[in-house]
Design a protein around this ligand. Structure first.
Ligand code: KIV
Length: 289
């Protein structure tokens, strides 16, 4: 049968794979990877946009601490608190349940809520898991591996984050490309250590395309999700406001405005899903690094 699916947010095209989608889980993401299907991820921070992303077929919704910038108007993610992340994670989880309830929800651990000790990380992760997250994300390299292992051993799936890590923007000296030259080797070692510690996903932000493709091949058990990292990763993520063209600042050059030529947010998100799956986004030519 090839019928359209009507959602409260618009009508999905007849051939949409979403209508029949089962809830996303780690085994389902592994199956996608095995058959070479790209994983799609978008940020969302409230019930409505999360429901639209779910309806559009986005597999993973990241309740990113980028909400500090796009929702709260903060200058960086450093000021975001755990209580704010709990509130937005709960809202997103409610929204996803309203439509199909199939997307995998990732809660971002904010700055200062996991750096002190593994126990502090477990307490913070528990707050986000109880708010409705299926996985937590944390930023950082070698020093995070024992924390990742501690959480994974206790049943909390973890997404790591390497390359440009916005919570340490002040230490990095700005929003710059990472993993060029000598620092590439460190990044390789950190990525392997994170997979070994049990991280099942790894965001690679603003990393050279060749390096992220190499890491993807080297990490069969940890799905690489790129942002400004070329098209060789297992999946892609964008900040929702950027891909809808409603960013208050300047869009990074690797972002595409998916609202262009579309009539609704549902159409724009569906176009993003199609473009990631068919490999037409991202365009490696836009990654000069
Ligand atoms: O907080 C966020 O939105 C993120 C993405 C940029 C990956 O970490």
């Amino acid at each position: 049968m090839n019928t359209s699916t009507v959602t409260p947010y618009g009508t999905l095209p007849p051939a949409s794979p979403v209508a029949a989608r089962k809830p996303i889980s780690l085994p389902r993401l592994n199956e996608m990877r095995e058959r070479g299907e790209k994983i799609t991820m978008l940020t969302a921070y409230d019930a409505t946009f999360a429901a639209v992303a779910d309806a559009a077929g986005v597999e993973c919704i990241l309740v990113g601490d980028s909400l500090g910038m796009v929702c709260q108007g903060l200058p960086s993610t450093v000021g975001v608190t755990l209580d704010t992340m709990r509130y937005h994670t709960e809202s997103v989880a409610r929204g996803v349940r309203r439509v199909q309830g199939t997307s995998w929800i990732i809660g971002d651990l904010p700055f200062g809520t996991y750096q002190e000790s593994r126990e502090q990380a477990l307490r913070s992760a528990t707050v986000l898991m109880q708010a409705g997250a299926h996985m937590v994300k944390l930023e950082g390299g070698g020093w995070t591996t024992e924390t990742v292992r501690f959480l994974v051993e206790r049943g909390i799936p973890v997404c790591a984050h390497l390359g440009l890590t916005p919570q340490t923007v002040h230490a990095l000296g700005g929003y710059r490309v990472q993993g060029r030259g000598d620092s590439a080797d460190r990044l390789r070692q950190e990525a392997l250590a994170l997979q070994d510690a049990g991280a099942s996903m790894l965001v690679l932000e603003m990393v050279p395309a060749a390096l992220s493709a190499e890491l993807t091949r080297a990490l069969p058990r940890c799905h690489t999700i790129g942002i400004g990292a070329g098209h060789g990763t297992a999946g892609q993520v964008l900040v929702m406001h950027d891909m809808l063209g409603v960013n208050l600042g300047k869009n990074p050059k690797f972002v595409r405005n998916f609202m262009t030529g579309q009539n609704s947010v549902l159409d724009a998100m569906s176009a993003y899903v199609r473009a990631v799956k068919d490999g037409s986004f991202p365009d490696n030519a836009l990654h000069a690094w």
